[in-house]
Design a protein around this ligand. Sequence first.
Ligand SMILES: N[C@@H](CCC(=O)N[C@@H](CS)C(=O)NCC(=O)O)C(=O)O
Length: 210
Amino acid sequence: MRLHTYWRSSAAWRVRIALALKGLAWEAAAHDLRTGGQSTPRYLALNPQALVPALEVEGAVLTQSLAIIEYLDERWPEPALLPGDLMERARVRAFSLAVACDIHPVQNLRVLRMLRKRGLDQAAIDAWAREVIESGLAACSALIADRQGPFCFGEAVTLADITLIPQLANARRFGARIDYPRIEAIEAAALAHSAFADTRPELQADADPA
Ligand SMILES: N[C@@H](CCC(=O)N[C@@H](CS)C(=O)NCC(=O)O)C(=O)O
């Protein structure tokens, strides 16, 4: 499998976590988003959206991190990344989509670049990202307020944790508050798990030197 990735991409990190949980081997094709690596004709032929990740798997190219992860989960069912219970599965998906559709895209690189083009300075852009992330995390925290840990939806890692943890890295980048005890506890539990810890952005071969 070849994962088209960028070290600091939170959407690519989601897929790295899922691959690690499933114990699947992969190689990286890194694209530097800062210099337009996602917009080369060669990469656009794989993903016309000009976004990472994309996964080359079993002779096909898959895009959209959540679609990729659900493919991996259906193709290699152990360990399951979604609960067996129908209602619970819908809740895990709802939480994951709250991050992947309602937080992440609004603070994504291309949106921040559009804001800069329209005249916002760096401080205003960072404030935008912080506001989006803080209000989104407040909602996420409320969505799991009645749940026991250690993970978002109980004892097992699910798609919800896979989307949440990379989003927290973005939160820190923009200086957003993460003062929700449940979310902090989930992050600690996740980062004690090798599938999360060993796939962190700073450990990727294309990462900037510390
Ligand atoms: N919904 C997409 C989001 C992918 C995405 O936004 N990737 C970012 C990096 S985290 C990207 O490639 N950004 C490039 C850009 O904005 O130009 C997914 O989940 O795969």
